[in-house]
Design a protein around this ligand. Structure first.
Ligand SMILES: C[S@@+](CC[C@H](N)C(=O)[O-])C[C@H]1O[C@@H](n2cnc3c(N)ncnc32)[C@H](O)[C@@H]1O
Length: 223
């Protein structure tokens, strides 16, 4: 998702107290291993990579106040919409102190989080990068799975949802190649027993309204 440049978004992100930015590398990277101090509690930290406009992670944070959430997005023009959602909720008196954002490319995850710091990773409707020469940019490529292992705790899992069957099949192969255990898999989430408790993302709501099936998997890293 890339929106037209939103005027002033970079400056607003810089000034935002609950958003960290890779352009201000020092502040972001010195938090490595100290994210629980930023949240001021010992609750587990779950992240969504490529959160887009933040609907999914904001709803999760509201539902689970005892889990800390960090939404990661590489484009300022998209991230600003998630910031606005959180600001709106807070102006209505809702506490969202368990939700932070980072503007960065997820390839820098191991520079930002320590081994064991992350308890769960959500990947929702990740960009497919259909050309073979771009395969390593897919968020379920072996290269990305390796980065996730550098920050996840032993029991942490990833959940991946997509409408793109080719990307889903590629992801199953990539997980297998990297010796991950796929614990749950469906090619039609909304007709499956895994639907209970599902929170829809912006992309998911659109695809579901068009009658497209949604693929979903849950996977555990190797020991
Ligand atoms: C297709 S959108 C899906 C947005 C949202 N997850 C949803 O389901 O509605 C994918 C998002 O992932 C972001 N993204 C893609 N690659 C990324 C990366 N390497 N690091 C951080 N964000 C990334 C894109 O900028 C885009 O906003």
């Amino acid at each position: 998702m890339r929106l037209r440049n939103v005027k002033g978004s970079r400056e607003r992100i810089e000034a935002c107290p609950f958003t960290f930015n890779e352009d201000d590398g020092s502040a972001l990277y010195t938090n490595k291993g100290k994210w629980n101090e930023i949240f001021k509690n010992d609750n587990p930290i779950h992240i969504e990579i490529g959160m887009g406009k933040g609907q999914f992670i904001t709803e999760l944070a509201l539902k689970n106040p005892n889990i800390n959430y960090i939404g990661i997005e590489k484009f300022s023009s998209v991230l600003i919409r998630a910031i606005e959602k959180r600001e709106l909720k807070e102006s209505e008196g809702v506490n969202l102190s368990n939700l932070l954002f980072i503007r960065m490319d997820a390839e820098h995850l191991p520079d930002v989080f320590d081994q064991g710091e992350i308890g769960f990773i959500y990947l929702n409707f990740s960009d497919p990068w259909p050309k073979d020469r771009h395969a390593k940019r897919r968020l379920t490529s072996p290269q990305f799975l390796n980065r996730y292992q550098k920050v996840m705790d032993k029991a942490a899992k990833i959940q991946f949802k997509t409408d793109n069957v080719d990307l889903f099949n590629y992801s199953l192969e990539s997980l297998n190649e990297s010796s991950w255990t796929v614990e749950e898999v469906t090619f039609d989430l909304h007709q499956s027993s895994y639907l209970e408790g599902n929170i829809m993302t912006e992309y998911e709501a659109k695809f579901v309204s068009e009658g497209k099936p949604i693929c979903r998997l849950l996977a555990l890293q190797p020991n």
